[in-house]
Design a protein around this ligand. Sequence first.
Ligand code: HEM
Length: 401
Amino acid sequence: MTDALFSPAYLRDPHPALRALREDGPVHRAVLPTRLPVWVVVDHEAAKAVLADERVAKDHRRLGEIMSAKLEAAGGDPRLSALYRGNMLVMDPPDHTRLRKLLAKDFTGRRVEQLRPRVERLTADLLDAMPSDVEVDLVEHFAFPLPMTVICELLGVPESGRAPMRTWSQHLMGEAGAAAALTASGEITSYLTELIAAKRADPGDDLLSALTRASDDGDRLTEAELLGTCLLLVVAGHETTAGLIGSAAEWLLRDERTRARLVEDPDLIPRAVDELLRLTSPVSLTTARFTKAPVRVGGTTIPEGEVVLVSLPAANRDPARFADPDTFDADRPTGHLAFGHGLHFCIGAPLARLEGEIALRHLLARFPRYTGTVPADDLQPRRSLTVTGWRALPVVLDPAR
Ligand code: HEM
């Protein structure tokens, strides 16, 4: 049954396959297209249990070894495991705690709220720059540039670096195949290494300069960790949020009732963003973890040394947790796992929510009648197993003009 996972039909709409799997049980074996054999968790309760279980760990060195051995045994490319490099997302405590602490203060709700005026300005400028009476791609000109500009400004990545960054990042998400992912990993590493050297020579008032200082001032952050953190922030900071904005805009094209409600009552938008996070799950699979011991979850015992992934779209539409899970309901209690759970819960969640809220509020206020120009069935999904969303969303913003 896991054959249906990761097929073209799955990328377009993963829910029929995930529903069938969930009905068959909470935990399944599957083989990723890279040939990596994994265990996939598909129900909400088991997902939370796995993500909070210390025996289901990261420890990037061991995880790297386990993954390359499994890839090699299955005829895949063992070098792919090297994409898991020194950042907090692939670490356990105490390293994880140390790295997360360095960033935590920059991403609190209060700190992020200070970015509001700048995010409002960028959003308004992007909408101003788009023609409103002819077809325009909302993904290319709105959903991507907004979070990309925000995270690059925060980090201090110059404007000239943003276009190549977008391509490298897409390749790292697997959208152009395994070889392209490896090449992109090398190229983005060289770029960031040079940028870090430039910040050292001439620091600015940005996060990358601050992290570089933290690395130089003591043993808080090694050079490899500095690079890994920067890479993680650029990629995680825009791919996911772009997916959210594009998928939310597409959802509201089809769900006219919800759109009308949000246009009429914009105060509902923050809650709507959370419900859209649940429904669209911008991250489709968590990063890999491995079992440090046999772990019993959802009635299945996963042996030691196995790779475990959680399907967030599956958990987020589990009918045992969310009544009528495929419909939009801004009033339902939250509890979705779109930002993960446990130690690695998304550090950027307040920023992502802020960007999602501002993007939708401006879009709906300015262009409440934006219309799709391509039938929903012809939209192309992104070709990634990690992030969801549309490659393009052609619309006319103001069809009445
Ligand atoms: C971790 C989702 C936006 C930075 C995560 C995880 C998920 C996630 C599911 C945990 C993965 C795992 O456990 O394997 C999302 C979604 C976003 C979003 C859906 C947007 C809608 C952002 C933004 C940033 C960011 C804007 C930029 C600051 C991170 C970092 C981690 C992370 C640094 C690692 C945290 C850790 O390991 O402790 N995100 N994210 N994310 N996210 Fe996000």
